[in-house]
Design a protein around this ligand. Structure first.
Ligand code: GLA
Length: 394
């Protein structure tokens, strides 16, 4: 059954792996969590708002930096991977392998140290342990990038503010690894706080915290998301086109999320652009409503969660029958306040929100019925809003 445990991996585990591999102790250990988004989907790359929480699953990275090295090289080992990585950092070389996340983060930190110091060759050794499930849409890559940014910068003798760590991580993902994601995942992993959701305005990059004490049941549909990247890029292009058309009428519009639902309706955009734009416009307003509720000490409304899901299903068209079924099935259980798909969609996870007891009680029946209906084995995790990234030891 779902577990809230987080101690399957920890600072000791990553230190041990590091020592075993490199024969000495690391200089620094840092960690960063995966995330789920409570509401505000496909709004981040449209200048809108999002409301993610960090989950109780983390990635731990141990690092040492050797400044006596003759060239800047990265070596990396992970408890979840059989292959050991080695990569040149100057200029960084892409391998299409798991350690590209580390290379993409470490290279700019080594090449341009903070405080304008002249760069010198540095050899970075890194070890990674993680219990963030990969490939489920829980931002295992963001957790790895953010933890690496904190560990490497600290090993280089610098204090990287968490926001900067998020930016370094996001640039690595978009510019080096080459995934055109928005900023939500890296910011959530870096900046989220325990017992709070992170309210992030993706236009201004302003953040604040909204108290969030409920539990979240995360259900991975086990649906493969092979179309995910192409569909994601297609939606991005549709949003850009919708914005161009809206700007012909309202030149001052800075981004799609800023367009009001009334403007979108009035513009009468061709299908599917009108539906995409309407989703983005309304979804960002739902985030504001959700934040107002949490700030007022109220629980997150199930109605808002369901509206978000229906909009993703009908207007943004990024759901799947399996996800729709999981949402419907979850909200039929007593004490489950609401549910929706979370993350990019086209597979991956849904979240159900409620009290820890209610979700624990609901989980077995949902799991059993899903297996019977689809013949797929879902994975379930229970989490509360966990802490964000941190340097753990140096
Ligand atoms: C993925 C991306 C995020 C965000 C979501 C959709 O998770 O990485 O930046 O765009 O999809 O909300």
């Amino acid at each position: 059954m779902p577990t809230t445990r987080t101690d399957s991996v920890d600072a000791d585990a990553v230190r041990e792996l590091f020592e075993h591999r490199y024969g000495r102790a690391p200089d620094v250990v840092a960690s960063a969590p995966g995330r789920v988004n409570l509401i505000g989907e496909h709004t981040d790359y449209n200048g809108g708002e999002v409301l993610p929480i960090a989950i109780a699953r983390r990635t731990w990275v141990a690092v040492s930096a050797d400044r006596a090295a003759r060239s800047s090289l990265l070596r990396a080992v992970s408890s979840n991977e059989t292959n050991v990585g080695e990569a040149q950092l100057e200029p960084p070389k892409r391998s299409e392998r798991w350690w590209d996340y580390l290379t993409g983060v470490a290279a700019p930190l080594v090449a341009a140290p903070l405080g304008g110091k002249a760069p010198r060759p540095v050899a970075i050794d890194a070890a990674v342990v993680s219990d963030v499930p990969a490939g489920a849409g829980l931002s295992s890559s963001a957790a790895l990038e953010v933890a690496t940014a904190l560990a490497v910068s600290t090993a280089l003798g610098e204090t990287l503010p968490l926001r900067e760590a998020a930016m370094v991580a996001w640039r690595a993902e978009t510019e080096f690894v080459g995934v055109a994601c928005g900023i939500m995942d890296q910011f959530a992993s870096a900046l989220a706080r325990e017992a709070h959701a992170l309210h992030l305005n993706c236009d201004t990059i302003e953040t604040d915290d909204a108290p969030f004490r409920d539990a979240v049941l995360i259900i991975d549909s086990a649906v493969r998301r092979s179309l995910r990247h192409s569909e994601f890029n297609q939606r991005r292009a549709e949003c850009e086109r919708a914005l161009e058309l809206l700007q012909q009428r309202w030149p001052a519009l800075r981004n799609l999320a800023e367009a009001t639902p009334e403007q979108v309706a009035e513009a009468n955009l061709p299908d599917p652009l009108g539906r995409r734009a309407m989703h983005v416009s309304r979804e960002t307003r739902r985030v504001r409503e959700a934040v107002a509720m949490l700030d007022a000490g109220e629980p997150l409304s199930g109605k808002l969660l369901l509206e978000s899901h229906e909009s993703l299903r009908d207007l943004y068209e990024c759901s799947r029958p399996e996800l729709d079924w999981l949402v419907e099935r979850s909200i039929a259980e007593p004490g489950v306040r609401g549910a929706r798909l979370t993350g990019a969609g086209w597979g991956g996870c849904i979240i159900a929100v409620g009290s820890e007891d209610a979700l624990n009680a609901a989980a077995p029946a949902i799991q059993r019925d899903y297996v019977a209906k689809f013949g797929l084995t879902p994975r379930l995790w229970l989490s509360k809003a966990a802490r964000g990234a941190a340097v753990e030891a140096r």
